[in-house]
Ligand binder design. Structure first.
Ligand code: CA
Length: 388
C-alpha cells in the first residue's frame, strides 16, 4: 500500500459569542483536519492542534513539507514515517508547529492501520482497559465583563455543567490573583461541596502569584491547578508542587519524548496532560505515556478541537493502563469543552453525542468500536466550513 496524498482541511466559523482565557479573547472556532489517501482506497483522518492562523501555517507544513517526504511510502510503516519526518525536521523545530503538523499525519496513519486490520485503534494498542470513560465538562471562559458579573456567571455555569451530568468541571482563571480567587469561590458555590472542580490558568502567573492562588484552591478543595506558570519554568513547577497540596497539572505545551523527559524529571507535575494532536501523534503519545507512568505520574489527556480529536482521545483513554491499579482506581477522564463547537457536534456522519451520553450514562462516554478511530467525517460539512 502507498500514500498517494496528504491534505489539510482548515475549518472555521464565527462563534456566537467571544470567548477568552488568560492569554486572549477569540471570536472564531477553528479545526485542522488531516486526510491521508492511499492507492488502495483507504483514507485516514487525523487532527492537528492549533487555532486560527496557526492552523493555516500548519497546513503549509503538512502539505508542502511533510507530504513530499512521505508520498509513496507504505502508510502501515507509521513509526518509520514518524522518525523520517522528525529527523528531517529536527534542525527546523523539535517542538511546536512541526510536531503539531506531524501529529495530524500520524493519527491519520493509525486510522488507516485500524481500517486495514478491521480493528479500533485501542485494539491495535493492546486492548480496552475500559469501554467507557468518565467525562469532565469545561466552560467558564473569560469574557469582557467586570469581576462581579463574571463571578455570578461562573456560579451559574458551574451549576449548569454539573446538572448536565459531567463528573467534574473546569474553569478558566486569569483576571489576576485576587479576582481569580473570587472566581474559584464562585465556582465552588455553584457546584456545592461534594463535586470536583479544576482551575486552568493557561500559564499567566508568576510563581508567587501561583502560590497565592494555589493556597486558595487548596482551601476550596479544587482537584487540580492547571498550567499555573510558564511551561518553560521547570524549577517553578517543582517549587509549586513541593509547596502546595492541590494537584499541579500541565504539559499541553510540551512536545515529544525528549521534552517530556525533562518535564517529568523536574518532578513538577502531579498530573500530566499530553495533547496527542500536538505532541507528535499517537505514536509519540504512547512513548510519552510510558514515560509518565515510569515516573508514576497519572495522565489525563488534554483534549481540544473537533470530533476527530475527541475520538482519538477516546481510543487512547480506553487503552491507558490503570496507574497503579486496584479494585477502585481513579480513572482517566475525557476533557470536554461545553462551549459552542460545531466541529465537534456536527462533523461526523454519526455524531459521538458526548453530551447526550453524559446525560444518560452517569457522566460517561462510550469508546468507539469501529475500525480505526471509529468515526466518519462528513465531506459536505467539511466543504462548507473550509478556509484557505
Ligand atoms: Ca489547559
Amino acid at each position: 500500500m502507498k500514500i498517494t496524498s496528504i491534505k489539510s482541511h482548515v475549518l472555521q466559523y464565527d462563534l456566537p459569542e467571544e470567548l477568552g482565557y488568560s492569554q486572549q479573547y477569540y471570536a472564531k472556532r477553528t479545526a485542522h483536519l488531516v486526510e491521508v489517501e492511499t492507492d488502495e482506497g483507504i483514507t485516514g483522518w487525523g487532527e492537528c492542534f492549533g487555532p486560527g492562523n496557526v492552523a493555516l501555517a500548519n497546513k503549509g507544513i503538512v502539505e508542502r513539507v511533510i507530504q513530499p517526504m512521505v508520498l509513496g511510502d507504505d502508510p502501515m510503516d507509521r513509526d518509520v514515517i514518524w522518525h523520517k519526518v522528525y529527523n528531517l525536521l529536527r534542525d527546523h523545530g523539535q517542538k511546536g508547529m512541526p510536531l503539531q503538523a506531524l501529529s495530524g499525519v500520524d493519527i491519520a496513519l493509525w486510522d488507516i492501520a485500524g481500517k486495514v486490520a478491521g480493528l479500533p485503534i485501542h485494539k491495535l494498542i493492546g486492548g480496552a482497559h475500559r469501554t467507557s470513560v468518565p467525562v469532565y465538562g469545561y466552560g467558564m471562559m473569560l469574557r469582557r465583563e467586570d469581576a462581579d458579573s463574571m463571578c455570578a456567571r461562573f456560579t451559574d455555569e458551574a451549576a449548569a455543567i454539573k446538572a448536565m451530568g459531567f463528573v467534574a468541571t473546569k474553569m478558566k482563571i486569569g483576571l489576576g490573583a485576587k479576582d481569580d480567587v473570587r472566581l474559584a469561590q464562585a465556582v465552588r458555590k455553584g457546584v456545592g461541596d461534594d463535586f470536583d472542580f479544576m482551575a486552568d490558568a493557561n500559564h499567566c502567573y508568576t510563581t508567587s502569584d501561583a502560590f497565592y492562588v494555589g493556597k486558595a484552591l487548596e482551601e476550596l478543595g479544587a482537584y487540580w491547578f492547571e498550567e499555573p506558570i510558564a511551561p518553560e519554568d521547570l524549577d517553578g513547577y517543582r517549587e509549586l508542587r513541593a509547596g502546595l497540596k492541590v494537584n499541579i497539572s500541565g504539559g499541553e505545551a510540551e512536545f515529544n519524548r525528549w521534552g517530556w523527559r525533562k518535564l517529568l524529571e523536574a518532578r513538577g507535575l502531579d498530573i500530566a496532560q499530553p495533547e496527542v494532536c500536538a505532541i507528535g501523534g499517537i505514536s509519540e503519545y504512547l512513548r510519552v505515556l510510558a514515560l509518565c507512568h515510569a515516573h508514576f505520574t497519572p495522565v489525563v489527556n488534554h483534549v481540544w478541537g473537533s470530533a476527530v480529536a475527541v475520538a482519538t482521545n477516546l481510543q487512547l483513554l480506553a487503552a491507558m493502563p490503570p496507574l497503579p491499579g486496584g479494585l477502585f482506581p481513579r480513572e482517566p477522564m475525557l476533557e470536554f469543552d461545553t462551549t459552542d463547537n460545531k466541529f465537534r457536534d456536527e462533523l461526523l456522519t454519526t455524531p459521538l453525542d458526548i453530551q447526550g451520553q453524559v446525560a444518560r450514562n452517569g457522566g460517561r462516554a462510550a469508546v468507539p468500536t469501529g475500525p480505526g478511530l471509529g468515526i466518519e467525517p462528513d465531506r459536505d460539512f467539511i466543504a462548507r466550513y473550509e478556509i484557505h
